[in-house]
Design a protein around this ligand. Structure first.
Ligand code: UT7
Length: 325
């Protein structure tokens, strides 16, 4: 059985910025409220003609470059998004064609903000079974295109970004353990409508557009803190490790208060955690790879370090993994 490790990482964040002053100009909010309640100072927004696959392609190309392999060496592309360009073709197929990964099967999947961690776990399963050698995991979301800019409770939170990882078969340690799960009884806590004619859901949307994201913020917060702390602990237990063995925890960046409460529950200090929420807001499943890229680039994480990635999101879903860089 081969191990699976991250051999390359890539991230992409669009240029345009909506800072808190801009949010103050479009909804009844304030810089003070947004920072105190969320920790967010600004968010990056895709151009009008820039979509999820465009951002995903850029992150994928950066990850391939970092891994030092060609697109033709990729056996499978798994792409996570809640804001696809199309229902069909999948974003994964669009990217496969663009980058020339002609030997790769390509599919989309959706575990909302937990998706990047889930994707690493799925990649590991295909690799450790011996089926594949290189799997490209991509998370990208143009959340701004699914945001109700009349709803102050959600529009101040979201931004756009993409992240990608090449996961490769190796004899070295890589993904050591994982934990993941779902609680479908909380399905109504974060919603965005597709074909279902759900008038109750539609009425919640101030801007009226069915694709926009609606959220029961308090309920999600409550779920998130416990789910992240518990899932992370179960992954550590499976690895036979404690937080003392861990160089860095990379949590989903939905709200500074969620991260702060989760790390208190984990019993770790903030210097063991990377925070990017202030710069990018919540970029769905891209939060974790974008933060991980930054941790590598700034030397917060070095080769050989053991780290924890942990996310939660719509579904409701959660996932954590322990890995050695
Ligand atoms: O990626 C996973 C999905 N998302 C999340 O994880 C988000 C989880 N939830 C949250 O981050 C928080 O619940 C929010 C940031 C969304 C809201 O913070 P909160 O502390 O839960 O506030 P709240 O919903 O209890 O609202 C408190 C007050 C309300 O006013 P009243 O009823 O007390 O008069 C809201 O109307 O704050 C008001 N409010 C705002 N005020 C100024 C809500 N949004 C805003 C705003 N600016 N942007």
């Amino acid at each position: 059985m081969a191990n699976a490790r991250i051999s390359g990482l890539g991230a992409y964040v669009p240029e345009k910025v909506y800072d808190n002053a801009y949010m103050e100009s479009i909804v009844d909010t304030s810089d003070e409220w947004i920072i105190r309640r969320t920790g967010i100072e600004k968010r990056h927004i895709s151009a009008d003609d820039e979509y999820t696959t465009d951002m995903g392609t850029k992150a994928a190309e950066a990850a391939l470059k970092d891994a030092g392999i060609s697109a033709e060496e990729i056996d499978m592309i798994i792409f996570a998004t809640v804001t696809p360009d199309y229902f069909t073709p999948s974003c994964a197929c669009v990217v496969q064609g663009r980058i020339g990964a002609k030997n790769a099967m390509a599919i989309d999947y959706n575990a909302a903000c937990s998706s990047f961690v889930v994707g690493l776990i799925m990649a590991q399963q295909f690799i450790s079974s011996g089926a594949y050698k290189n799997v490209l995991v991509i998370s990208a979301d143009a959340l701004s295109k699914a945001t109700d800019y009349k709803d102050r409770a959600t529009c101040v939170l979201f931004g756009d970004a993409a992240g990608a990882a090449v996961v490769t078969a190796t004899d070295e340690p890589g993904i050591i353990s994982f934990d993941m799960g779902a609680d479908g009884t909380g399905a109504g806590s974060i919603t965005s409508l597709a074909f279902r004619n759900d008038t109750e859901e539609l009425e919640k949307r101030i801007g009226g557009k069915k694709e926009t994201i609606w959220m029961a913020g308090q309920a999600v917060m409550k779920f998130a803190v416990k789910a992240m702390a518990d899932s992370s602990q179960r992954a550590l237990d499976k690895a036979g490790l404690t937080y003392d063995d861990i160089a860095l925890v990379v949590p989903h960046q939905a709200n500074y208060r969620i991260v702060d409460s989760a790390i208190k529950r984990m019993g770790i200090s903030e210097d063991k955690v990377i925070l990017t929420i202030q710069k990018y807001g919540n970029t769905s499943a891209s939060c974790i790879p974008v933060a991980l890229c930054e941790a590598v680039e700034t030397g917060k994480v070095k080769k050989g370090d053991k780290i924890v990635l942990v996310g939660f999101g719509g579904g409701l879903t959660y996932a954590a993994c322990v890995l050695q860089m």
